[in-house]
Ligand binder design. Structure first.
Ligand SMILES: [Zn+2]
Ligand SMILES: [Zn+2]
Length: 602
Protein backbone atom coordinates (compact mmCIF):
# COMPACT_ATOMS: atom_id res chain seq x y z
CA UNK A 1 0.00 0.00 0.00
CA UNK A 2 1.35 3.45 -0.83
CA UNK A 3 1.61 6.08 1.89
CA UNK A 4 -1.23 8.24 0.58
CA UNK A 5 -3.69 5.34 0.62
CA UNK A 6 -2.51 4.47 4.13
CA UNK A 7 -3.07 8.08 5.25
CA UNK A 8 -6.56 7.85 3.81
CA UNK A 9 -7.26 4.71 5.87
CA UNK A 10 -6.07 6.46 9.04
CA UNK A 11 -8.24 9.51 8.28
CA UNK A 12 -11.27 7.30 7.76
CA UNK A 13 -10.62 5.59 11.08
CA UNK A 14 -10.43 8.99 12.82
CA UNK A 15 -13.67 10.08 11.16
CA UNK A 16 -15.55 6.93 12.13
CA UNK A 17 -14.27 6.99 15.71
CA UNK A 18 -15.56 10.55 15.95
CA UNK A 19 -18.85 9.50 14.38
CA UNK A 20 -19.21 6.85 17.08
CA UNK A 21 -18.58 9.44 19.78
CA UNK A 22 -15.40 7.91 21.18
CA UNK A 23 -12.82 9.82 23.24
CA UNK A 24 -11.45 12.88 21.38
CA UNK A 25 -7.83 11.87 22.14
CA UNK A 26 -8.36 8.68 20.10
CA UNK A 27 -9.67 10.74 17.19
CA UNK A 28 -6.69 13.08 17.42
CA UNK A 29 -4.17 10.25 17.61
CA UNK A 30 -5.38 8.87 14.28
CA UNK A 31 -5.53 12.32 12.69
CA UNK A 32 -1.92 12.87 13.76
CA UNK A 33 -0.91 9.50 12.39
CA UNK A 34 -2.66 10.27 9.08
CA UNK A 35 -0.72 13.52 8.74
CA UNK A 36 2.57 11.83 9.60
CA UNK A 37 2.01 9.07 7.06
CA UNK A 38 0.81 11.50 4.38
CA UNK A 39 4.05 13.47 4.79
CA UNK A 40 5.98 10.37 3.63
CA UNK A 41 4.91 11.14 0.04
CA UNK A 42 3.53 8.97 -2.73
CA UNK A 43 5.83 5.94 -2.46
CA UNK A 44 5.31 2.50 -0.96
CA UNK A 45 4.60 2.78 2.79
CA UNK A 46 6.92 -0.06 3.84
CA UNK A 47 9.85 1.42 1.92
CA UNK A 48 9.29 4.91 3.30
CA UNK A 49 9.09 3.64 6.87
CA UNK A 50 12.26 1.63 6.54
CA UNK A 51 14.15 4.62 5.20
CA UNK A 52 12.97 6.74 8.10
CA UNK A 53 13.85 4.26 10.83
CA UNK A 54 11.95 4.72 14.11
CA UNK A 55 9.41 6.95 12.30
CA UNK A 56 6.49 5.42 14.15
CA UNK A 57 7.66 5.91 17.68
CA UNK A 58 5.95 9.24 18.24
CA UNK A 59 2.54 7.87 17.34
CA UNK A 60 -0.04 6.48 19.77
CA UNK A 61 0.34 2.70 20.23
CA UNK A 62 -3.05 1.95 18.68
CA UNK A 63 -2.18 4.00 15.58
CA UNK A 64 1.21 2.28 15.36
CA UNK A 65 -0.56 -1.08 15.31
CA UNK A 66 -2.74 0.00 12.42
CA UNK A 67 0.23 1.30 10.43
CA UNK A 68 2.07 -2.00 10.96
CA UNK A 69 -1.01 -3.89 9.85
CA UNK A 70 -1.24 -1.74 6.72
CA UNK A 71 2.35 -2.62 5.86
CA UNK A 72 1.78 -6.33 6.40
CA UNK A 73 -1.73 -6.98 5.15
CA UNK A 74 -2.80 -4.02 3.03
CA UNK A 75 -5.89 -3.57 5.19
CA UNK A 76 -7.10 -2.62 8.64
CA UNK A 77 -9.37 -4.75 10.79
CA UNK A 78 -10.21 -1.71 12.88
CA UNK A 79 -11.47 0.20 9.85
CA UNK A 80 -13.48 -2.80 8.69
CA UNK A 81 -15.19 -3.29 12.01
CA UNK A 82 -15.92 0.46 12.29
CA UNK A 83 -17.48 0.38 8.83
CA UNK A 84 -19.56 -2.66 9.72
CA UNK A 85 -20.83 -0.96 12.87
CA UNK A 86 -21.87 2.18 11.00
CA UNK A 87 -25.23 2.23 9.23
CA UNK A 88 -24.63 2.74 5.49
CA UNK A 89 -26.78 5.87 5.41
CA UNK A 90 -24.46 7.58 7.90
CA UNK A 91 -21.46 6.80 5.70
CA UNK A 92 -23.39 8.41 2.89
CA UNK A 93 -24.03 11.55 4.98
CA UNK A 94 -20.27 11.99 5.32
CA UNK A 95 -20.30 12.95 1.63
CA UNK A 96 -22.46 16.02 2.31
CA UNK A 97 -20.23 19.12 2.17
CA UNK A 98 -20.07 20.84 5.56
CA UNK A 99 -21.53 17.94 7.51
CA UNK A 100 -18.98 16.40 9.87
CA UNK A 101 -18.98 13.21 11.94
CA UNK A 102 -19.95 14.83 15.26
CA UNK A 103 -23.04 16.49 13.76
CA UNK A 104 -24.02 13.24 12.04
CA UNK A 105 -23.83 11.44 15.37
CA UNK A 106 -26.04 14.04 17.06
CA UNK A 107 -28.55 13.78 14.22
CA UNK A 108 -28.54 9.99 14.40
CA UNK A 109 -28.96 9.90 18.17
CA UNK A 110 -31.47 12.74 18.40
CA UNK A 111 -33.72 11.96 15.44
CA UNK A 112 -32.92 8.30 14.59
CA UNK A 113 -32.25 9.36 11.03
CA UNK A 114 -30.33 6.90 8.87
CA UNK A 115 -30.67 8.09 5.29
CA UNK A 116 -29.92 11.21 3.28
CA UNK A 117 -33.55 11.36 2.28
CA UNK A 118 -34.76 11.38 5.92
CA UNK A 119 -32.14 14.01 6.74
CA UNK A 120 -33.43 16.24 3.99
CA UNK A 121 -36.99 15.90 5.26
CA UNK A 122 -35.88 16.73 8.81
CA UNK A 123 -34.11 19.85 7.52
CA UNK A 124 -37.30 20.91 5.73
CA UNK A 125 -39.80 20.28 8.53
CA UNK A 126 -37.89 21.96 11.36
CA UNK A 127 -36.84 18.85 13.34
CA UNK A 128 -33.17 19.43 12.53
CA UNK A 129 -33.27 23.08 13.64
CA UNK A 130 -34.90 22.02 16.92
CA UNK A 131 -31.97 19.77 17.89
CA UNK A 132 -29.79 21.16 20.71
CA UNK A 133 -26.79 23.09 19.28
CA UNK A 134 -28.26 23.11 15.76
CA UNK A 135 -30.71 25.95 15.04
CA UNK A 136 -32.24 27.25 11.81
CA UNK A 137 -28.95 28.41 10.24
CA UNK A 138 -27.30 25.01 10.64
CA UNK A 139 -30.36 23.20 9.29
CA UNK A 140 -30.32 25.47 6.23
CA UNK A 141 -26.60 24.89 5.71
CA UNK A 142 -27.13 21.14 5.79
CA UNK A 143 -29.99 21.37 3.26
CA UNK A 144 -27.67 23.42 1.03
CA UNK A 145 -24.94 20.82 1.50
CA UNK A 146 -27.24 18.05 0.27
CA UNK A 147 -28.25 20.27 -2.65
CA UNK A 148 -24.57 20.90 -3.45
CA UNK A 149 -23.90 17.17 -3.44
CA UNK A 150 -26.67 16.63 -5.99
CA UNK A 151 -25.63 19.66 -7.98
CA UNK A 152 -22.07 18.44 -8.30
CA UNK A 153 -23.64 15.86 -10.59
CA UNK A 154 -23.10 13.38 -7.82
CA UNK A 155 -24.88 10.09 -8.14
CA UNK A 156 -27.57 9.13 -5.65
CA UNK A 157 -28.97 5.71 -4.89
CA UNK A 158 -31.68 4.46 -7.21
CA UNK A 159 -34.20 4.49 -4.35
CA UNK A 160 -33.63 8.25 -3.79
CA UNK A 161 -33.79 8.96 -7.52
CA UNK A 162 -37.06 7.03 -7.81
CA UNK A 163 -38.64 8.93 -4.89
CA UNK A 164 -37.63 12.24 -6.47
CA UNK A 165 -38.89 11.17 -9.92
CA UNK A 166 -42.27 10.12 -8.52
CA UNK A 167 -42.67 13.40 -6.65
CA UNK A 168 -41.97 15.41 -9.85
CA UNK A 169 -44.26 13.24 -11.92
CA UNK A 170 -47.12 13.83 -9.48
CA UNK A 171 -46.39 17.56 -9.51
CA UNK A 172 -46.43 17.85 -13.31
CA UNK A 173 -49.45 15.57 -13.67
CA UNK A 174 -51.50 18.08 -11.69
CA UNK A 175 -51.01 20.75 -14.41
CA UNK A 176 -54.25 21.43 -16.32
CA UNK A 177 -52.66 20.99 -19.77
CA UNK A 178 -50.73 17.81 -19.00
CA UNK A 179 -52.47 14.65 -20.23
CA UNK A 180 -49.88 12.11 -19.19
CA UNK A 181 -46.40 12.09 -17.59
CA UNK A 182 -43.95 9.22 -17.50
CA UNK A 183 -40.61 8.63 -15.81
CA UNK A 184 -37.85 7.95 -18.33
CA UNK A 185 -34.04 7.87 -18.23
CA UNK A 186 -31.83 5.92 -15.86
CA UNK A 187 -34.58 5.61 -13.23
CA UNK A 188 -36.81 3.78 -15.70
CA UNK A 189 -33.88 1.58 -16.73
CA UNK A 190 -33.40 0.54 -13.07
CA UNK A 191 -29.81 1.79 -12.86
CA UNK A 192 -28.49 1.24 -9.32
CA UNK A 193 -27.28 4.83 -8.99
CA UNK A 194 -28.69 7.84 -10.86
CA UNK A 195 -27.71 11.49 -11.24
CA UNK A 196 -30.82 13.16 -12.66
CA UNK A 197 -34.51 12.68 -13.31
CA UNK A 198 -35.97 12.46 -16.84
CA UNK A 199 -39.67 12.97 -17.48
CA UNK A 200 -41.78 13.06 -20.62
CA UNK A 201 -45.18 14.77 -20.67
CA UNK A 202 -47.95 14.53 -23.27
CA UNK A 203 -49.67 17.91 -23.34
CA UNK A 204 -52.66 19.76 -24.72
CA UNK A 205 -51.87 22.73 -26.96
CA UNK A 206 -48.36 24.00 -27.61
CA UNK A 207 -45.62 21.85 -26.02
CA UNK A 208 -43.21 24.77 -25.64
CA UNK A 209 -45.84 26.93 -23.90
CA UNK A 210 -46.64 24.12 -21.44
CA UNK A 211 -42.91 23.45 -20.88
CA UNK A 212 -42.40 27.12 -19.97
CA UNK A 213 -45.34 26.96 -17.61
CA UNK A 214 -44.02 23.81 -15.90
CA UNK A 215 -40.61 25.47 -15.56
CA UNK A 216 -42.29 27.80 -13.07
CA UNK A 217 -43.44 24.96 -10.82
CA UNK A 218 -43.04 25.15 -7.05
CA UNK A 219 -39.57 24.27 -5.89
CA UNK A 220 -37.78 25.11 -9.16
CA UNK A 221 -34.79 27.33 -8.50
CA UNK A 222 -33.61 27.94 -12.05
CA UNK A 223 -33.93 26.86 -15.65
CA UNK A 224 -30.46 25.62 -16.51
CA UNK A 225 -30.92 24.64 -20.12
CA UNK A 226 -33.09 23.73 -23.02
CA UNK A 227 -35.79 26.01 -24.32
CA UNK A 228 -38.69 25.23 -26.56
CA UNK A 229 -40.42 22.02 -25.62
CA UNK A 230 -37.47 20.57 -23.66
CA UNK A 231 -36.23 22.18 -20.45
CA UNK A 232 -33.66 21.33 -17.79
CA UNK A 233 -34.64 22.47 -14.33
CA UNK A 234 -32.73 22.76 -11.08
CA UNK A 235 -34.81 22.36 -7.94
CA UNK A 236 -33.98 23.99 -4.61
CA UNK A 237 -33.03 20.57 -3.25
CA UNK A 238 -30.40 20.28 -6.02
CA UNK A 239 -32.25 17.73 -8.14
CA UNK A 240 -31.86 18.17 -11.86
CA UNK A 241 -34.97 17.38 -13.92
CA UNK A 242 -34.89 17.06 -17.72
CA UNK A 243 -38.43 17.45 -19.03
CA UNK A 244 -39.72 16.95 -22.58
CA UNK A 245 -43.22 18.11 -23.48
CA UNK A 246 -44.73 16.61 -26.62
CA UNK A 247 -48.04 16.23 -28.42
CA UNK A 248 -49.89 13.02 -27.51
CA UNK A 249 -49.12 11.34 -30.86
CA UNK A 250 -45.37 11.83 -30.23
CA UNK A 251 -45.44 10.57 -26.65
CA UNK A 252 -44.36 6.95 -27.20
CA UNK A 253 -41.38 7.80 -29.36
CA UNK A 254 -40.31 10.65 -27.06
CA UNK A 255 -40.56 8.33 -24.05
CA UNK A 256 -38.47 5.73 -25.83
CA UNK A 257 -35.80 8.31 -26.71
CA UNK A 258 -35.69 9.85 -23.23
CA UNK A 259 -35.44 6.40 -21.64
CA UNK A 260 -32.19 5.70 -23.49
CA UNK A 261 -29.54 4.58 -22.95
CA UNK A 262 -27.71 6.61 -25.58
CA UNK A 263 -26.08 3.41 -26.82
CA UNK A 264 -29.44 1.66 -27.19
CA UNK A 265 -31.09 4.62 -28.95
CA UNK A 266 -28.20 4.95 -31.38
CA UNK A 267 -28.21 1.22 -32.11
CA UNK A 268 -31.97 1.19 -32.79
CA UNK A 269 -31.67 4.21 -35.09
CA UNK A 270 -28.91 2.42 -37.03
CA UNK A 271 -30.95 -0.79 -37.13
CA UNK A 272 -33.94 1.14 -38.47
CA UNK A 273 -31.80 2.92 -41.03
CA UNK A 274 -30.40 -0.37 -42.36
CA UNK A 275 -34.03 -1.41 -43.02
CA UNK A 276 -35.02 1.75 -44.83
CA UNK A 277 -36.68 3.49 -41.89
CA UNK A 278 -35.69 6.85 -40.44
CA UNK A 279 -36.14 7.98 -36.88
CA UNK A 280 -35.77 11.73 -36.65
CA UNK A 281 -37.00 13.86 -33.77
CA UNK A 282 -40.11 12.14 -32.48
CA UNK A 283 -41.12 10.65 -35.83
CA UNK A 284 -40.65 7.33 -37.57
CA UNK A 285 -40.88 7.17 -41.38
CA UNK A 286 -40.77 4.12 -43.63
CA UNK A 287 -38.74 3.62 -46.84
CA UNK A 288 -41.33 5.63 -48.86
CA UNK A 289 -41.04 8.51 -46.39
CA UNK A 290 -44.53 7.84 -45.01
CA UNK A 291 -45.06 8.72 -41.35
CA UNK A 292 -45.68 5.59 -39.22
CA UNK A 293 -48.07 5.81 -36.30
CA UNK A 294 -46.27 4.95 -33.05
CA UNK A 295 -48.87 4.71 -30.27
CA UNK A 296 -46.68 2.71 -27.92
CA UNK A 297 -43.07 1.60 -27.59
CA UNK A 298 -44.27 -1.89 -28.53
CA UNK A 299 -45.41 -0.47 -31.87
CA UNK A 300 -42.08 1.22 -32.46
CA UNK A 301 -40.17 -2.04 -32.04
CA UNK A 302 -42.81 -3.96 -34.02
CA UNK A 303 -42.47 -1.61 -37.04
CA UNK A 304 -38.79 -2.56 -37.12
CA UNK A 305 -39.48 -6.30 -36.76
CA UNK A 306 -38.19 -6.37 -33.18
CA UNK A 307 -39.77 -7.89 -30.08
CA UNK A 308 -40.51 -5.38 -27.32
CA UNK A 309 -37.36 -4.60 -25.34
CA UNK A 310 -38.08 -3.92 -21.67
CA UNK A 311 -36.57 -0.60 -20.43
CA UNK A 312 -34.25 -2.43 -18.00
CA UNK A 313 -32.53 -4.19 -20.91
CA UNK A 314 -31.82 -1.08 -22.96
CA UNK A 315 -28.12 -0.74 -22.25
CA UNK A 316 -26.76 -1.24 -25.76
CA UNK A 317 -25.37 -4.72 -25.13
CA UNK A 318 -26.93 -7.48 -27.27
CA UNK A 319 -30.61 -6.73 -26.65
CA UNK A 320 -31.34 -5.70 -30.24
CA UNK A 321 -29.98 -8.86 -31.83
CA UNK A 322 -31.88 -10.93 -29.24
CA UNK A 323 -35.06 -8.98 -30.04
CA UNK A 324 -34.58 -9.61 -33.76
CA UNK A 325 -34.12 -13.36 -33.17
CA UNK A 326 -36.99 -13.54 -30.65
CA UNK A 327 -34.68 -14.80 -27.93
CA UNK A 328 -35.20 -12.11 -25.28
CA UNK A 329 -35.89 -13.68 -21.89
CA UNK A 330 -39.26 -13.62 -20.19
CA UNK A 331 -38.17 -11.50 -17.23
CA UNK A 332 -38.85 -12.44 -13.62
CA UNK A 333 -41.56 -10.42 -11.85
CA UNK A 334 -42.02 -9.71 -8.17
CA UNK A 335 -45.31 -11.65 -8.17
CA UNK A 336 -43.37 -14.79 -9.16
CA UNK A 337 -41.42 -14.89 -5.88
CA UNK A 338 -42.63 -17.56 -3.47
CA UNK A 339 -40.61 -16.33 -0.48
CA UNK A 340 -37.19 -15.00 0.51
CA UNK A 341 -34.19 -16.23 2.45
CA UNK A 342 -32.36 -13.32 4.02
CA UNK A 343 -33.60 -11.34 7.02
CA UNK A 344 -32.50 -10.53 10.56
CA UNK A 345 -34.49 -10.59 13.79
CA UNK A 346 -33.97 -9.33 17.32
CA UNK A 347 -31.78 -12.37 17.90
CA UNK A 348 -28.95 -10.44 16.17
CA UNK A 349 -29.04 -6.90 14.74
CA UNK A 350 -32.65 -6.85 13.46
CA UNK A 351 -35.27 -4.69 15.15
CA UNK A 352 -38.26 -7.04 15.21
CA UNK A 353 -39.46 -10.38 16.51
CA UNK A 354 -39.51 -13.35 14.12
CA UNK A 355 -43.32 -13.45 14.30
CA UNK A 356 -43.56 -9.82 13.11
CA UNK A 357 -41.21 -10.48 10.21
CA UNK A 358 -43.24 -13.56 9.31
CA UNK A 359 -46.53 -11.64 9.43
CA UNK A 360 -45.12 -9.16 6.94
CA UNK A 361 -44.08 -12.03 4.66
CA UNK A 362 -47.54 -13.63 4.93
CA UNK A 363 -49.11 -10.27 4.07
CA UNK A 364 -47.07 -10.27 0.85
CA UNK A 365 -48.51 -13.66 -0.07
CA UNK A 366 -45.22 -15.50 0.41
CA UNK A 367 -45.09 -19.16 1.40
CA UNK A 368 -41.92 -18.89 3.48
CA UNK A 369 -39.41 -16.55 5.05
CA UNK A 370 -35.87 -17.61 5.84
CA UNK A 371 -34.51 -16.07 9.03
CA UNK A 372 -30.73 -15.64 8.85
CA UNK A 373 -29.26 -13.89 11.86
CA UNK A 374 -25.53 -13.33 12.24
CA UNK A 375 -23.17 -16.09 13.36
CA UNK A 376 -21.07 -16.35 16.52
CA UNK A 377 -17.81 -14.77 15.33
CA UNK A 378 -19.73 -11.69 14.21
CA UNK A 379 -19.75 -10.11 17.66
CA UNK A 380 -20.39 -6.51 16.60
CA UNK A 381 -23.75 -7.56 15.08
CA UNK A 382 -24.79 -9.76 17.99
CA UNK A 383 -23.88 -13.10 16.40
CA UNK A 384 -25.70 -16.13 17.81
CA UNK A 385 -24.19 -18.51 20.36
CA UNK A 386 -25.11 -22.19 20.20
CA UNK A 387 -27.67 -21.69 22.99
CA UNK A 388 -29.29 -18.77 21.20
CA UNK A 389 -29.63 -20.93 18.09
CA UNK A 390 -31.43 -23.65 20.07
CA UNK A 391 -33.80 -21.09 21.56
CA UNK A 392 -34.45 -19.56 18.16
CA UNK A 393 -35.20 -22.96 16.65
CA UNK A 394 -37.69 -23.75 19.43
CA UNK A 395 -39.42 -20.46 18.75
CA UNK A 396 -39.57 -21.17 15.00
CA UNK A 397 -40.95 -24.68 15.60
CA UNK A 398 -43.72 -23.22 17.75
CA UNK A 399 -44.56 -20.59 15.13
CA UNK A 400 -44.67 -23.17 12.35
CA UNK A 401 -46.91 -25.44 14.44
CA UNK A 402 -49.22 -22.49 14.94
CA UNK A 403 -49.37 -21.70 11.18
CA UNK A 404 -50.12 -25.35 10.44
CA UNK A 405 -52.89 -25.49 13.04
CA UNK A 406 -54.47 -22.43 11.42
CA UNK A 407 -54.25 -24.05 7.98
CA UNK A 408 -51.81 -21.40 6.76
CA UNK A 409 -49.55 -22.49 3.92
CA UNK A 410 -46.55 -20.67 5.37
CA UNK A 411 -43.42 -21.57 7.25
CA UNK A 412 -40.39 -19.90 8.73
CA UNK A 413 -37.15 -21.52 7.57
CA UNK A 414 -34.24 -21.85 9.97
CA UNK A 415 -31.21 -20.17 8.49
CA UNK A 416 -28.08 -18.34 9.47
CA UNK A 417 -25.87 -15.71 7.86
CA UNK A 418 -22.58 -17.32 8.80
CA UNK A 419 -19.31 -15.42 8.46
CA UNK A 420 -16.78 -16.74 6.01
CA UNK A 421 -13.71 -16.64 8.23
CA UNK A 422 -10.45 -15.28 6.77
CA UNK A 423 -9.21 -18.87 6.34
CA UNK A 424 -12.25 -19.73 4.21
CA UNK A 425 -14.04 -21.79 6.83
CA UNK A 426 -17.74 -21.21 7.40
CA UNK A 427 -18.42 -20.14 10.99
CA UNK A 428 -19.68 -23.01 13.33
CA UNK A 429 -18.78 -26.67 13.11
CA UNK A 430 -20.68 -29.23 11.04
CA UNK A 431 -22.84 -30.39 13.95
CA UNK A 432 -24.25 -26.88 14.41
CA UNK A 433 -24.53 -26.17 10.69
CA UNK A 434 -26.54 -29.40 10.31
CA UNK A 435 -29.30 -27.89 12.42
CA UNK A 436 -30.16 -25.23 9.85
CA UNK A 437 -32.58 -25.59 6.95
CA UNK A 438 -30.24 -23.42 4.87
CA UNK A 439 -27.00 -21.51 5.31
CA UNK A 440 -26.03 -18.14 3.83
CA UNK A 441 -22.31 -17.47 4.10
CA UNK A 442 -20.93 -13.93 3.76
CA UNK A 443 -17.64 -12.08 4.08
CA UNK A 444 -17.87 -9.46 6.84
CA UNK A 445 -14.20 -9.02 7.77
CA UNK A 446 -10.74 -8.64 6.23
CA UNK A 447 -11.85 -6.93 3.02
CA UNK A 448 -8.24 -5.94 2.39
CA UNK A 449 -7.06 -9.34 1.10
CA UNK A 450 -5.66 -9.33 -2.41
CA UNK A 451 -7.69 -10.79 -5.25
CA UNK A 452 -6.09 -14.24 -5.15
CA UNK A 453 -6.43 -14.53 -1.36
CA UNK A 454 -10.04 -13.33 -1.33
CA UNK A 455 -11.02 -15.57 -4.26
CA UNK A 456 -9.43 -18.62 -2.63
CA UNK A 457 -11.11 -17.78 0.67
CA UNK A 458 -14.57 -17.79 -0.91
CA UNK A 459 -13.86 -20.77 -3.19
CA UNK A 460 -12.97 -22.74 -0.08
CA UNK A 461 -16.22 -21.75 1.62
CA UNK A 462 -18.14 -23.00 -1.45
CA UNK A 463 -16.74 -26.47 -0.74
CA UNK A 464 -18.72 -26.67 2.50
CA UNK A 465 -21.74 -28.89 1.71
CA UNK A 466 -23.86 -26.93 4.21
CA UNK A 467 -23.63 -23.79 2.13
CA UNK A 468 -26.83 -22.80 0.28
CA UNK A 469 -26.36 -19.15 -0.67
CA UNK A 470 -23.26 -16.96 -0.99
CA UNK A 471 -24.34 -13.65 0.64
CA UNK A 472 -23.66 -10.18 -0.88
CA UNK A 473 -20.81 -11.68 -2.91
CA UNK A 474 -18.71 -8.58 -3.69
CA UNK A 475 -19.24 -6.62 -0.45
CA UNK A 476 -19.79 -3.33 -2.22
CA UNK A 477 -21.67 -0.46 -0.59
CA UNK A 478 -22.94 1.76 -3.38
CA UNK A 479 -21.24 5.19 -3.39
CA UNK A 480 -19.31 4.41 -0.19
CA UNK A 481 -17.29 1.22 -0.56
CA UNK A 482 -15.89 -0.46 -3.67
CA UNK A 483 -16.33 -4.22 -4.10
CA UNK A 484 -13.45 -6.12 -2.57
CA UNK A 485 -10.90 -7.61 -4.93
CA UNK A 486 -12.34 -10.96 -6.02
CA UNK A 487 -12.61 -12.93 -9.26
CA UNK A 488 -16.38 -13.18 -9.51
CA UNK A 489 -16.24 -15.10 -12.79
CA UNK A 490 -14.41 -17.91 -11.04
CA UNK A 491 -16.69 -17.75 -7.98
CA UNK A 492 -19.94 -17.80 -9.96
CA UNK A 493 -18.74 -20.66 -12.16
CA UNK A 494 -17.82 -22.79 -9.16
CA UNK A 495 -21.02 -21.93 -7.30
CA UNK A 496 -22.99 -23.15 -10.30
CA UNK A 497 -20.94 -26.33 -10.54
CA UNK A 498 -21.32 -27.31 -6.88
CA UNK A 499 -24.91 -26.08 -6.48
CA UNK A 500 -24.63 -22.97 -4.34
CA UNK A 501 -26.86 -20.01 -5.22
CA UNK A 502 -25.34 -16.54 -5.32
CA UNK A 503 -27.27 -13.78 -3.63
CA UNK A 504 -28.64 -10.66 -5.21
CA UNK A 505 -28.75 -8.72 -1.95
CA UNK A 506 -31.56 -6.20 -2.40
CA UNK A 507 -30.54 -3.71 0.31
CA UNK A 508 -30.65 -0.37 -1.61
CA UNK A 509 -27.07 0.34 -0.49
CA UNK A 510 -25.78 -2.98 -1.79
CA UNK A 511 -27.64 -4.37 -4.83
CA UNK A 512 -24.96 -7.04 -4.82
CA UNK A 513 -24.43 -8.92 -7.18
CA UNK A 514 -24.96 -6.22 -9.80
CA UNK A 515 -26.90 -6.73 -13.02
CA UNK A 516 -23.85 -7.54 -15.13
CA UNK A 517 -22.96 -10.39 -12.80
CA UNK A 518 -26.56 -11.65 -12.99
CA UNK A 519 -25.86 -12.27 -16.65
CA UNK A 520 -22.70 -14.18 -15.73
CA UNK A 521 -24.74 -16.32 -13.29
CA UNK A 522 -27.30 -17.02 -16.00
CA UNK A 523 -24.51 -18.03 -18.35
CA UNK A 524 -23.11 -20.55 -15.83
CA UNK A 525 -26.51 -21.88 -14.76
CA UNK A 526 -25.87 -20.56 -11.24
CA UNK A 527 -29.09 -19.84 -9.35
CA UNK A 528 -29.61 -16.36 -7.92
CA UNK A 529 -31.33 -15.83 -4.57
CA UNK A 530 -32.96 -12.40 -4.32
CA UNK A 531 -32.58 -11.55 -0.62
CA UNK A 532 -34.09 -8.50 1.11
CA UNK A 533 -31.50 -8.54 3.96
CA UNK A 534 -34.34 -6.96 5.95
CA UNK A 535 -33.75 -5.78 9.51
CA UNK A 536 -37.42 -4.79 9.97
CA UNK A 537 -40.77 -5.72 8.39
CA UNK A 538 -40.55 -2.69 6.05
CA UNK A 539 -37.14 -3.97 4.96
CA UNK A 540 -38.91 -6.72 3.03
CA UNK A 541 -39.83 -3.97 0.55
CA UNK A 542 -36.19 -4.05 -0.63
CA UNK A 543 -37.19 -7.09 -2.66
CA UNK A 544 -38.74 -4.78 -5.31
CA UNK A 545 -35.33 -3.23 -6.00
CA UNK A 546 -33.76 -6.67 -6.17
CA UNK A 547 -36.27 -7.83 -8.75
CA UNK A 548 -35.52 -4.69 -10.80
CA UNK A 549 -31.80 -5.53 -10.86
CA UNK A 550 -32.53 -9.21 -11.64
CA UNK A 551 -34.64 -8.10 -14.61
CA UNK A 552 -31.86 -5.77 -15.73
CA UNK A 553 -29.58 -8.80 -15.57
CA UNK A 554 -31.82 -10.78 -17.97
CA UNK A 555 -33.03 -13.23 -15.32
CA UNK A 556 -36.22 -15.29 -15.73
CA UNK A 557 -38.12 -17.08 -12.98
CA UNK A 558 -36.13 -20.27 -13.61
CA UNK A 559 -32.85 -18.51 -12.76
CA UNK A 560 -34.08 -17.34 -9.36
CA UNK A 561 -33.98 -19.74 -6.42
CA UNK A 562 -36.79 -18.09 -4.45
CA UNK A 563 -39.38 -18.38 -7.20
CA UNK A 564 -39.47 -22.01 -5.94
CA UNK A 565 -41.68 -23.36 -3.16
CA UNK A 566 -40.41 -23.87 0.39
CA UNK A 567 -40.17 -27.62 -0.24
CA UNK A 568 -38.07 -27.16 -3.36
CA UNK A 569 -35.75 -24.70 -1.63
CA UNK A 570 -35.33 -27.09 1.31
CA UNK A 571 -34.57 -29.97 -1.06
CA UNK A 572 -32.01 -27.80 -2.86
CA UNK A 573 -30.36 -26.85 0.46
CA UNK A 574 -30.26 -30.46 1.69
CA UNK A 575 -28.96 -32.05 -1.49
CA UNK A 576 -25.22 -31.70 -0.97
CA UNK A 577 -25.41 -32.78 2.68
CA UNK A 578 -27.00 -35.99 1.38
CA UNK A 579 -24.29 -36.40 -1.24
CA UNK A 580 -26.51 -35.46 -4.18
CA UNK A 581 -26.23 -32.80 -6.87
CA UNK A 582 -28.52 -29.84 -6.03
CA UNK A 583 -29.32 -29.26 -9.71
CA UNK A 584 -30.51 -32.88 -10.14
CA UNK A 585 -32.58 -32.75 -6.95
CA UNK A 586 -34.23 -29.52 -8.06
CA UNK A 587 -34.89 -30.86 -11.57
CA UNK A 588 -36.50 -34.09 -10.35
CA UNK A 589 -38.45 -32.08 -7.79
CA UNK A 590 -39.76 -29.83 -10.54
CA UNK A 591 -40.59 -32.74 -12.84
CA UNK A 592 -42.64 -34.41 -10.11
CA UNK A 593 -44.45 -31.15 -9.29
CA UNK A 594 -45.18 -30.74 -12.99
CA UNK A 595 -46.63 -34.29 -13.11
CA UNK A 596 -48.81 -33.62 -10.06
CA UNK A 597 -49.98 -30.37 -11.60
CA UNK A 598 -50.89 -32.05 -14.89
CA UNK A 599 -52.60 -34.90 -13.04
CA UNK A 600 -54.61 -32.33 -11.06
CA UNK A 601 -55.64 -30.66 -14.32
CA UNK A 602 -56.77 -34.07 -15.58
ZN1 LIG B 1 -24.17 -9.51 5.70
ZN1 LIG C 1 -27.64 -9.80 6.43
Amino acid sequence: MDSRAAAHVLTQIATLIELHGDAPFRVRSFQTAARAVASLGAGELAVALEALDRALEDLAPEAQDVVRELVESNGSLLLESLQEQTPEGLLEMLRVPGLGPTRIRLIHEGLHIETLHELEQAAADGRLAALPRFGQKTAERIALGIAALREAGAFVLFSHGLAEAEARRAQFAAHADVLDVAIAGSVRRQCEVVRDVDLVAAVRGSPSVVAMSLAHSDGVREVIGGGGRTVSLRYHNGTRVDLSCVRPEQFALALWRATGSDAHVRAVIDYAHARGFTIAGDELRDAQGVLCAVRSEQELYAHLGLDFIAPELREGTDEISAASMHTLPELVQESMLAGALHCHSQYSDGGSAIAEMADAAIARGWGYLGVSDHSQSNTYAGGLSRDAILRQHDEIDALNADYASRGLDFRVLKGIEADILPCGRVDYDAAVLDRFDFVIASVHTRYGLNERQMTDRVLKALDDPHLTVLGHPTGRLLLTREPYAIDMGEIIAKAGAVGVAVELNADPHRLDIDWKLCRVARHHGTLVSIGPDAHSPQGLDHITLGVGIARKGWLSAEHVLNTRSARAVLAFARARRDGKRPADVLASFERSTERTRRAALG
